[in-house]
Write a protein that binds this ligand. Structure first.
Ligand SMILES: Cc1cc2nc3c(=O)[nH]c(=O)nc-3n(C[C@H](O)[C@H](O)[C@H](O)COP(=O)(O)O)c2cc1C
Length: 274
């Protein structure tokens, strides 16, 4: 594996030497060397690691300082096993010493409104669900970067949304709470190292002044080739190129692994989404 210098990290991130940065620092090294970790050592985390991760999470920006998110920390093997099954039997949830479930939390403001006898009609709108979910994601990403800085690995688990009601039951969530995603946390197993996965060329995602969908055609063709090489180098059994693989993921409602029912489930969990 290449040592983590800026040029190598950019080359790994894009699969080509996209540009040579003028300025660099340790934070950029940490961000650009991200990779999801799906194999963990059983080693427990040092004392107060959880609290440190949550402090990093709480340091993220939060819309209007409403702080409409919460997190449930799970170490109990039986509960992790239940959640692993609900997430499509993902073994890394069982294996990691700490599993964090990040919640869109409108329950806190609902409770405060009711305690003070004040209205909270705004909480019924899609806007507030989105605000709280964005806040939860920003918090979780801060925890992810913090975990990496402590030598820990992580992987997000969107599989929490395959069966949101059963997840809510397992975590004893009252109404107005939704498990957006999980996050496995633990020491990466050095016997099964994860690679940096290339991303789309910047020509596909970076627009100047106005958006131009036509500019990405060549970039996507190039990315397909880069990803074919990546799949081969990682011995990943992916059918077709990145475009085909991605389009298969969104071809039908059924392809969403149960999440096609999300709107009605959210309404049952106490989010009217007006
Ligand atoms: C919201 C979210 C949900 C995800 N859900 C899962 C999941 O359920 N299982 C899994 O193994 N990886 C999951 N991932 C990880 C992605 O597959 C991974 O980030 C992506 O393939 C890019 O790879 P990298 O993180 O190694 O760069 C998720 C990532 C995000 C951001």
């Amino acid at each position: 594996m290449n040592p983590p210098n800026p040029i190598n990290l950019i080359q790994e991130r894009y699969g080509i030497r996209a540009f040579d940065p003028e300025r660099w620092n340790e934070t950029l090294t940490a961000l650009l060397s991200h990779r999801s970790v799906r194999a963990y050592l059983p080693d427990p985390l040092p004392p107060h690691t959880l609290e440190t991760l949550v402090a990093a999470a709480q340091s993220a920006a939060t819309s209007s300082n409403l702080q409409t998110w919460s997190v449930v920390a799970i170490a109990d093997p039986t509960r992790k096993d239940t959640l692993a099954q609900l997430a499509g039997n993902q073994a890394h949830i069982r294996q990691c010493p700490l599993f964090l479930v990040w919640l869109t939390d409108l329950a806190r403001l609902h409770q405060l409104a009711s305690q003070r006898g004040l209205p909270a009609e705004g909480l019924d709108y899609l806007e507030m669900f989105l605000t709280a979910t964005v806040d939860a994601a920003l918090a979780a990403q801060n925890a992810t970067v913090a975990a990496k800085s402590l030598g820990l690995g992580t992987v997000y688990i969107g599989g929490m949304r395959n069966h949101p009601e059963q997840v809510a039951e397992t975590l004893q969530l009252p109404p107005h709470l939704f498990a957006v995603f999980g996050l496995c946390v633990g020491y990466p197993d050095p016997a099964k190292p994860a690679a940096i996965k290339p991303r789309l060329p910047q020509a596909a995602v970076l627009h100047h002044e106005t958006y131009n969908i036509a500019q990405q055609e060549g970039a996507i063709a190039q990315y397909n080739e880069i990803m074919q090489q990546f799949y081969q180098s990682q011995q990943m059994n992916v059918t077709g190129d990145w475009v085909e693989h991605s389009l298969k993921r969104v071809a039908t409602g059924q392809a969403l692994s149960g999440r096609d029912r999300l709107k009605e489930i959210l309404q049952r969990l106490g989010f009217p989404l007006r």
